[in-house]
Each structure stands twice: as C-alpha cells, then as structure tokens.
Design a protein around this ligand. Structure first.
Ligand code: ZN
Ligand code: ZN
Length: 342
C-alpha cells in the first residue's frame, strides 16, 4: 500500500510502498477515508518532538471503514465506519486501571510511536475504534479526535456546570470547539478572546462574546462584562505566559483556569490575590480519554458541535501535497486545517 512517511527528521515526508499491516486477534484494519494534518505532525517532521521508530507513517487523526477484524473482535465488523482514538494504552497499568490512560506507562500514540493514517490502511486495537454515524463526514470524524476531543476533556477538567460563564483564550480550531461544547454543557455566557478579527468573528457566529485583546485588556473587559465578578472558567489554548496570567486573573471566586496551550516558559501568579482570596484553581490538561469520545461523537451527530467550517482544504494521499500543508502549518498564523482524503 501507499504510505507517506517520516524517514528522517528535518526532511520532507516521502511516499513509500509498504506492506498492508497484519492484524492481531484484537486488532482491526481500517481503510483510511480521512486523515487530519495536525500541527503536531509539523513538529514531528521538523524533529522538535521526537517520533519513532523511523521510518514512520504519520497521522493520528484518522477515520475510515473497517476492512478486516481480528478473530477475537466481537464489537465491530467489516464495513463499519469508525473514528480512531490515537492513544494506544496497555489497559492494565496503574494509570489505565484508574481510567487515566493518557498517563499509561507504555502509552503509544498512533502516528507518533507507530504507523498512523497517512496511508491507505491503518491498524489499531479494536478498543481504539469508535463507531461513526453516517451523518458525520469522515473528514470531521478524523479531526474531532484531536482538537475537539481535547477541548471536551478541558471542559470536563474545568468541571463546567450549567449556568456558569467561560472565557476561551484563543478561538482557533480548538477554541471554536470549546465555545460550542461549553454551550452544549449549559454555559450561560462564553467570552472568546483573540487578537485575530476573523477568528473573533467566527467565535461571534458560534455565540461567544468577542474580546479583541489587541485593542483592549481582556482581564479588565471580562471584569467589566461580568459586573466585576470574573468568569467561572477560563480556558487557555494559546500557550503563552501572558494569556495564562490573563486567564488566571479573569477568574471569579471559585474560578478554574484550565491550561491547554503548551509552553516551557513560566508564568506568574500572585498567590493571595489570584488564588487564595478566591479559592481559585489552576488545572493542567493532557490529551483526552477514550471514555469521552462517544459523547463527543453524539454532539457532532446532533449538531451541537458544528465542524462544517473547521476544514480549510483537502488533499490526496500524496507526499508533495502533504509536505506543502505541513509547510503552511509552519508558516501561517491563520487557521490551517487540511485533511487527507485518499
Ligand atoms: Zn492532532
Ligand atoms: Zn497502561
């Protein structure tokens, strides 16, 4: 089969002809119908985040049709439409046993630690596959397993309750999912903070109150709009110390700041004003859980999470086209969400 693979970090991906994966008794073989090209893939190609063993087929956002099931697989059958959960965990370690498989001691990520979806076929354990209803296009079924799933996990970690208010710092792909899911959770008011006018406009279309942080101090504006109370939950999706500080400072009493954006830099918290005096919390978020995915799929199926504007382009399973999309992700500050449709 054809597979577009990372041969060596720092070099363009290459098309290779490799064998169709052989499946074990509990595995399934999926004919890939859509594979999202993610910002993480650009990091793997550049070597900023190590992907191994090489050569490796990238692609962790995958949806397709089951081509073959292992002899012990009873819950799925050939022909089923599925979306794949990219964290392949052992199921028996300390963390897996406690339902926190993102911390599995031997977790392997599809398309990072094993061949992924930039190929005609992809093998996963059957428990990593979730039925995808016919109403959801494969393209949406692929991308929702990364950014939307992480937004959902962040809202779970935030313990967002009906009637609460939420500020989303960064209303790109992750943020637009967060805005919609927050309303699905019953949030009363969602504020979208960004500096890009087109992102703010999209946030507005999905019901968020836009706050342009290039024009106004978002903390002061959130305070003003909430009668000086602040928000119950602030979601930081950008990965900047400044916006992390703003997220914490925009909290109400008992507020929760949830940090999703990645940085290795530090940010400052004034312990008394920001935390103690509000009994506020700062919560980190890592990936998402398999158990969260069925409800995510239902929300997309029922239109609570609309991904129709999320995808900017589709490309064939072709090394040049995929490398070009990865170049765009490296260079553009605009939202780039390209999906491979082999
Ligand atoms: Zn991704
Ligand atoms: Zn485990």
């Amino acid at each position: 089969m054809k597979a577009v693979r990372l041969i060596e970090p720092g070099r363009p991906l290459e098309m290779q002809q490799i064998d169709v994966p052989r499946i074990g008794a509990r595995d399934i073989l999926v004919r890939v119908k859509a594979a999202g090209i993610c910002h993480s893939d650009a990091h793997y190609r550049a070597g900023r985040s190590p992907a191994y063993p090489l050569p490796l087929t990238l692609g962790h956002e995958v949806a397709g049709i089951i081509e073959q099931v292992g002899s012990e697989v009873t819950s799925l059958k050939t022909g089923d439409r599925v979306s794949l959960h990219y964290l392949i965990s052992c199921g028996i370690c300390f963390y897996c046993n406690r339902g926190s498989e993102q911390f599995c001691i031997s977790v392997a990520m599809l398309g990072k630690h094993g061949d992924g979806g930039y190929a005609e076929y992809c093998r996963v354990p059957s428990r990593n596959a979730f039925l995808l209803p016919g109403e959801i296009p494969f393209e949406h079924g692929a991308i929702m397993m990364c950014s939307s799933a992480t937004s959902l996990h962040a809202l779970h970690k935030a313990r967002l309750k009906p009637g609460e208010s939420l500020a989303v710092f960064g209303v790109g792909g992750l943020g637009i999912s967060a805005v919609q899911l927050a309303y699905a959770f019953g949030a009363m008011k969602v504020y979208g903070v960004d500096i890009r006018e087109n992102k703010l406009e999209m946030a507005r279309r999905f019901g968020a109150v836009p706050i342009n942080a290039a024009e106004t101090d978002p903390v002061a504006e959130i305070k003003r709009l909430t009668g000086d109370r602040g928000v119950d939950v602030a979601l930081e999706l950008i990965g900047l110390p400044l916006t992390m500080e703003q997220a914490v400072k925009s909290l109400a009493i008992f507020g929760r700041a949830v940090i999703v954006g990645i940085t290795d830099r530090t940010f400052e918290i004034a312990p008394y004003d920001d935390l103690l005096n509000k009994e506020a919390e700062v919560i980190g978020v890592s990936d998402h859980l398999a158990q969260e995915l069925p409800s995510l799929i239902e929300w997309v199926q029922h239109g609570k999470l609309d991904l129709s504007e999320a995808i900017t382009d589709t490309v064939p399973l072709d090394a040049d086209a995929i490398n070009k999309a990865l170049d765009q992700l490296e260079q553009s500050t605009e939202e780039v969400r390209v999906v491979i449709t082999p």
